[in-house]
Design a protein around this ligand. Structure first.
Ligand code: F6R
Length: 254
């Protein structure tokens, strides 16, 4: 019965794209995302950090420079940010987004929203983040990567599907996976501000990226396994419009 339900959901809501390699995956994701921007030039768009979307951002920059893809009217919302961390830290997600995308395109910097990693009152920061997304009319398309444990944003296994943007401790697996980016792993923040699964699910469409063999097993679980908070990305099976873009290695079990 469970398989039947998942097959139904899979067929109705999740469009699976399996690409030859990371470059092809990045181009495909950029095409999907750019189309959404062209259809909604003043809409709100959701961005992710991490290694998965770097190629997509590179391609969006190319599209901006060579094809005139216009970011001037959009509002950006990032999924998450470490806490505590300052915007000027090269480890901050604010810095990452500027480096990989925002400073290379004609986005209005006043419309770039990333949770404030230095917020003293984290609860107020999270509530106002939710309010800003609502004021911007909701997110048209949200880019996601997936953690080895199935996390999306920093929503770790066991978190409620009902959660809004909030302040959370990072899971040990996530701390270990991300420590490689810090020259001194002890400097890595142990908390984050993250959109909740409910916030992510409110986006009108989702683009989930996965590449490399390490993601193969969790992708199978997330897209065709049981829908459970133990695999946060499995919530996406309940979303009405998801594009999964994988390379062949991440899609090894499909
Ligand atoms: C990043 C984020 C995370 C990453 C995930 C995968 O903003 O919220 O959920 O998408 O950890 O990271 P990579 O792409 O580095 O494998």
């Amino acid at each position: 019965m469970k398989t039947y339900i998942n097959e139904e959901v899979l067929i109705l809501n999740i469009n699976i794209n399996i690409e030859q390699d990371y470059e092809a995956l990045s181009r495909k994701a950029a095409q999907i995302f750019a189309k959404k921007i062209k259809e909604n030039p003043t809409g709100a768009f959701g961005f992710a950090t991490g290694s998965s979307p770097i190629g997509l951002y590179k391609e969006l920059v190319r599209m901006h420079k060579e094809e005139g893809l216009d970011f001037s009217g959009i509002t950006a919302f990032n999924l998450d940010e470490y806490h505590p961390i300052s915007r000027t830290s090269e480890h901050s997600y604010y810095y990452f987004m500027q480096e990989h995308l925002f400073r290379h395109v004609n986005i209005n910097q006043g419309k770039v929203n990333i949770p404030d990693g230095m917020a003293k009152d984290t609860e107020t920061e999270c509530c106002s983040y939710e309010a800003k997304i609502a004021e911007a009319g909701g997110i048209v398309a949200q880019i996601l990567g997936i953690g080895l444990n199935g996390h999306i944003g920093f929503n770790e296994p066991g978190e409620s599907f009902e959660a809004n943007t909030r302040y959370i401790p990072l899971a040990e697996m996530t701390l270990n996976a991300n420590a490689q980016h810090f020259s001194n792993p002890d400097e890595m923040p142990r908390h984050a501000l993250t959109m909740g699964i409910r916030t992510i699910m409110m986006a009108k469409s989702i683009i989930l990226l996965a590449n490399g063999p390490a993601k193969a097993s969790i992708m199978k679980d997330a897209i065709t396994g049981a829908i459970t908070p133990l695999v946060p990305a499995s919530a996406l099976q309940l979303h009405p419009s998801v594009n999964v873009v994988m390379d062949k290695e991440a899609a090894a079990f499909f």
